[in-house]
Design a protein around this ligand. Structure first.
Ligand SMILES: Nc1ncnc2c1ncn2[C@@H]1O[C@H](COP(=O)(O)OP(=O)(O)OP(=O)(O)O)[C@@H](O)[C@H]1O
Length: 609
C-alpha cells in the first residue's frame, strides 16, 4: 500500500519536472508574506507598551538607537501616523508577496495539469485494444478530467497552503515562546488533540472520496452510453428505462456525497468548538498572567494575535489534509491508467506486405480459456482475394483482430505470417498502417466528409478524395448535400445513413492505399446493386492488393479467389465458389437459400409492379 502511494506521488513529481522554479518562487514569496504578516503584531506591541505606555523599547539595539535619533518616544506619540503607516506598509508587502505566491503556484499548477493531461492522453493512445474493451469510456474520461482537476486544485491552492501552515506554526510558536513560555506550552498542549482529530478524519475522507469518485465515474458512463446509443434508445422507446437507470445511479452518487457532506459538517463543527475552546483558555490564562504582572498588555495582545495565527492554520490543516487525501485518491486513479502496459514498439524490419498471408494452426481465446478460434489454417497469396463466410459469432472478426494484432496469439497457439514474417515480429504501427480496415459499424469523426475520407492523408487533393469516393459509390450522394464534401458529420455520423457511413469509411480506407485491405461486413448496409457496383470498382482499383472480404452475403464473396467457411471457430470448408457449390456442404446450402430468397423477392417486386 505504501509503495502504491509512493508511486502516485512520484507520478506527480514526474509531471512537475521543469516547473520547480515556480514552486521555488512561490515558496520564497510565502516566506516573505509570513515575515511581513508577523511584523504587524510587533508594531502593535511596541505602540501599546512603549509609545502609549512607558515601557522601554523591546527592540534590537540598532532600532532603539534609530528611534532615539529621530526623537524617541515623544516624537512617536506626536506622530502616531508613522506607526499606522508602518502597519499599512507591512500589510502592503504581505499582500505583494501573497500575490507572487499565488501567481507562481497557479503557473505551476496549470503547467503540471497540462502535462498530466497530455501524458494521460498520449499513454491512452498507446494502450492495447484489450484495455479499452475492459474499461468504461465514461470512467476513463472522468479520470482524465475530474481527477486531474482535483490534483490541479491541490497544487494551485492546497500544497503551498500546507507549506505556509507549517512555516506559520513554527514561526508563531517561536515568537510566542519568546513572549511567554508557560502560555506557549499551554497553547501547544491542544495541538496533539487537533492533530489526532484531523488524522482520524483524513483517513475517513480518503475512503469516502474514493467511493464517491467511482460512483461519479459510473454516472458519467451511464450518461455517455445513453448519449452514444441515442438512436437505439429512441428506436426502442427506452427513454424511461434509461431515465430510471440514470436516476438510480444519480441517487447512489448523491447519497455518497451527502454522507461525505455530513462527515465534513461534523469535522468543521467539531473544529469550531476546539478552536473556540482553545482561544478562550489562552485568553483567560493571558489575562491572569497580565493581572499577575507576568506580561505587559501589548505583549499579551501580540501573544493572542500569534495564537490565532497558530490555531487557524492548524485547523486549516484538517481541510488541507482532506484535500490532499482527495488528491491522493485522484492521483492513484490516474496512476492506475499510467500503470497499464502500453503496446511496446518493436524495431523496424523489412516486410513484404504484398506477399502471402498465412494463418497456421491458429487457436485463440479472448479470456485465455474458451477458444473462439480452433486450429484455423489457410493462406492467401499476395494480390489475392479471400472471402470469409460464417454465422454470427463464428470468429470472422476475431481473425481480423489477430491479423492487425489488436490481440496477440499465444506463442504455442499457432502463428500468422505476412510475406514469411511472423506478425508478432512486426511493429504494430507498421502492421496497422499496411492493413486498411473497414468495419461493419464504422466510426466517423465529427469533421467534414472530406476530412474523414482524407483522415490518413490530410494533404490529399480534392480530386483524389473524390476519386476514392467514386469507387465507394458515394461521390454523387455527397455532392447532393448542400455543403458537399464540407458537410460536417455529426457525432458517430448520425447525419448520414448507415449505408452512406459505410461507403465513406470504405473511401477512407481506399485513401489509405494499404497493400492489404479488410472489409469486415462493411457492405451489409448497402443494397445488392450498390454492393455489386462497389465491388467491381474496388477490384478494378485495388489491383495487386490482398483483400479480405467478410460477409454473410454469398453474392459479395463468390468472385473471391478463395472462400473460407467458418463454423464455431473452425474452418469447415474452403475453396473457390465453384468448388464449394460442387461440394454440396454448408456453403451450398446457404447459397441455395439466399438464391431462393432473392428470386422470391424479385418475383414479389414484379408482382407488385
Ligand atoms: N473483445 C472481445 N472480448 C471477448 N470476447 C469477444 C470479443 N470480441 C468477440 N468476442 C467473442 O468471440 C466470439 C467470436 O466473435 P466475432 O466477433 O469474431 O464473430 P463474428 O463471426 O465476426 O460475428 P458477427 O458476424 O456477428 O460479427 C463471439 O462469441 C464473441 O462474443
Amino acid at each position: 500500500m505504501r509503495g502504491k502511494q509512493g508511486g502516485r506521488w512520484r507520478f506527480l513529481y514526474e509531471c512537475s519536472a521543469g516547473f520547480g522554479k515556480y514552486f521555488v518562487f512561490a515558496l520564497a514569496a510565502t516566506v516573505g508574506a509570513i515575515l511581513f504578516s508577523f511584523l504587524t503584531p510587533q508594531i502593535v506591541r511596541v505602540t501599546v507598551d512603549s509609545v502609549i505606555d512607558s515601557e522601554p523599547f523591546a527592540l534590537p539595539g540598532f532600532l532603539v538607537r534609530l528611534l532615539e535619533a529621530c526623537g524617541g518616544r515623544e516624537a512617536l506619540r506626536r506622530n502616531l501616523w508613522v506607526l499606522a503607516l508602518l502597519s499599512m506598509g507591512c500589510a502592503a508587502f504581505a499582500g505583494l508577496f501573497n500575490f507572487a505566491r499565488r501567481y507562481n503556484t497557479y503557473k505551476a499548477a496549470e503547467s503540471v495539469a497540462k502535462r498530466m493531461r497530455d501524458s494521460l492522453f498520449a499513454h491512452i493512445q498507446r494502450l492495447p485494444f484489450d484495455w479499452h474493451m475492459k474499461n468504461q469510456t465514461g470512467d476513463i474520461i472522468q479520470r482524465c478530467t475530474s481527477d486531474v482537476e482535483t490534483v490541479r486544485v491541490f497544487l494551485a491552492s492546497q500544497m503551498m497552503e500546507l507549506v505556509r501552515t507549517v512555516l506559520l506554526v513554527v514561526l508563531a510558536f517561536v515568537l510566542m515562546v519568546k513572549i511567554h513560555l508557560g502560555l506557549s506550552l499551554l497553547a501547544l498542549a491542544f495541538m496533539p488533540f487537533i492533530a489526532l482529530y484531523t488524522i482520524t478524519f483524513y483517513q475517513k475522507f480518503g475512503n469516502r472520496f474514493l467511493v464517491a469518485d467511482e460512483a461519479e465515474g459510473k454516472l458519467t458512463s451511464v450518461a455517455q452510453e445513453n448519449l452514444t446509443g441515442v438512436r437505439v434508445v429512441k428506436a426502442f422507446g427506452r427513454e424511461s428505462y434509461e431515465l430510471d437507470k440514470f436516476r438510480r445511479q444519480n441517487d447512489v452518487f448523491t447519497n455518497l456525497w451527502l454522507k461525505l457532506g455530513n462527515l465534513l459538517s461534523v469535522f468543521w463543527g467539531l473544529g469550531d468548538f476546539i478552536t473556540a475552546f482553545q482561544t478562550m483558555v489562552i485568553l483567560v490564562a493571558s489575562v491572569w498572567v497580565v493581572v499577575g504582572g507576568g506580561l505587559t498588555l501589548g505583549a499579551a495582545l501580540t501573544f493572542a494575535t500569534y495564537n490565532s495565527m497558530l490555531i487557524w492554520p492548524v485547523r486549516n490543516l484538517g481541510r488541507i489534509l482532506s484535500e490532499m487525501s482527495k488528491s491522493g485518491v485522484s492521483l492513484g486513479r490516474l496512476k492506475e491508467i499510467m500503470d497499464a502496459r502500453e503496446e511496446s514498439p518493436q524495431p523496424p524490419r523489412e516486410v513484404d506486405f504484398g506477399g502471402e498471408i498465412r494463418f497456421e494452426h491458429v487457436t485463440f481465446a479472448y479470456d485465455g480459456e474458451t477458444p473462439v478460434l480452433k486450429d484455423v489454417s489457410f493462406s492467401i497469396p499476395g494480390g489475392g482475394t479471400l472471402g470469409i463466410l460464417g454465422g454470427t459469432g463464428s470468429g470472422k472478426s476475431t481473425l481480423m483482430h489477430l491479423l492487425t494484432r489488436l490481440y496477440d496469439i499465444r506463442p504455442d497457439c499457432g502463428r500468422i505470417t505476412i510475406g514469411g514474417v511472423d506478425i508478432r515480429d512486426i511493429d504494430r504501427d507498421t502492421l496497422r498502417r499496411n492493413i486498411g480496415l473497414v468495419l461493419q459499424e464504422p466510426f466517423l469523426f465529427s469533421r467534414t466528409i472530406r476530412e474523414n475520407i482524407a483522415a490518413t492523408r490530410p494533404g490529399e487533393s480534392m480530386e483524389a478524395v473524390r476519386a476514392t469516393a467514386r469507387i465507394a459509390s458515394v461521390d454523387e450522394e455527397i455532392l447532393s448535400f448542400a455543403d458537399g464534401y464540407d458537410t460536417v458529420v455529426g457525432e458517430r455520423g448520425v447525419t448520414l445513413s448507415g449505408g452512406q457511413r459505410q461507403r465513406v469509411a470504405i473511401a477512407r480506407t481506399l485513401m489509405q492505399d494499404s497493400p492489404v485491405m479488410v472489409f469486415d461486413d462493411s457492405l451489409s448496409a448497402v443494397d445488392a446493386g450498390t454492393d455489386q457496383k462497389i465491388r467491381s470498382a474496388l477490384f478494378a482499383s485495388t489491383g495487386k492488393k490482398t483483400v479480405f472480404i467478410i460477409s454473410h452475403r454469398i453474392t459479395t464473396l463468390m468472385h473471391a479467389d478463395h472462400i473460407l467457411v467458418l463454423q464455431d471457430g473452425r474452418v469447415s470448408e474452403q475453396g473457390t465458389h465453384g468448388e464449394l457449390v460442387e461440394a454440396c456442404g454448408i456453403y451450398r446450402k446457404i447459397y441455395d437459400m439466399q438464391r431462393s430468397v432473392e428470386s422470391s423477392a424479385a418475383e414479389g417486386e414484379e408482382g407488385a409492379l
